[in-house]
Design a protein around this ligand. Structure first.
Ligand SMILES: O=C(CO)[C@@H](O)[C@H](O)COP(=O)(O)O
Length: 226
């Protein structure tokens, strides 16, 4: 089964004081998902949002809220985020090596879609057991910058991981996040990524709808030529 292109503007680059209207604007411009960066100032050196903000946003939209947990203790967030209305729950493999099975089980029981993320320095082999296990994750998020901040430079060397994942798992959702925009998307799309997170390139554009459509076209073109 072919994987579907999903374009997910990172709301970290939005005006947080107007989150609901920013979300509505992105969906109107063609976004498939809204990417929500949850940071605890421990796993990463930045602090952003948590369940209360997801809950507030959920009151204004039915959109898929793709939550990326850059936190040291993801288990603590399962119940609150489920209650808040999160759709996807992507945790980092670096913190969950000893208990990912329980974590994935709880995420699914609470009705969310589990994903696993890995930092640029983490070997891709570390997520294989999570994709192949009895209770597998449904998406792998390959970080293409060091997690923590928007507006960083895309790291092309992370594409080896995307290529390896796509070769091994033809129907897996593979997400990339960090430094993606019109000048870098072809590298990610041709490596096999189908879920594209983009913050500054979309929110900083004069015409965000154009950027969203360029990102989608690149993924579709790469899929057709593969
Ligand atoms: O998770 C993160 C940063 O840790 C990202 O979601 C960024 O927010 C993406 O922003 P750009 O690199 O596209 O500006």
């Amino acid at each position: 089964m072919a994987v579907v292109a999903k374009i997910a503007p990172s709301m970290l680059s939005s005006d947080f004081a107007n989150l609901a209207s920013e979300a509505e604007r992105m969906l109107r411009f063609g976004a498939d998902w809204l990417h929500m960066d949850i940071m605890d100032r421990h796993f990463v050196p930045n602090l952003t949002i948590g369940a209360p903000v997801i809950e507030s946003l959920r009151k204004h939209t039915k959109a898929y809220l793709d939550c990326h947990l850059m936190v040291t203790n993801p288990l603590d967030y399962v119940e609150p985020l489920a209650k808040a209305g999160a759709s996807g729950f992507t945790f980092h493999v670096e913190v969950a090596k000893d208990y990912w099975q329980d974590l994935v089980h709880q995420i699914k029981v609470k009705g969310m879609r589990p994903g696993v993320a890995l930092k640029p320095g983490t070997p891709v082999e570390e997520v294989y057991p999570l994709v192949e296990g009895e209770n597998p994750v449904e998406m792998v998020l390959v970080m293409t910058v060091e997690p923590g901040f928007g507006g960083q430079k895309f790291m092309p060397e992370t594409m080896d991981k995307v290529r390896a994942l796509r070769k091994k798992y033809p129907s897996l959702d593979i997400e990339v996040d960090g430094g993606l925009g019109p000048s870098t998307i072809d590298m990610a799309a041709s490596a096999g990524a189908n879920c594209i997170v983009a913050g500054s390139s979309v929110f900083g554009a004069k015409e965000p709808a154009n950027v969203i459509s360029i990102l989608r076209k690149s993924v579709r073109d790469a899929q057709q030529s593969s």
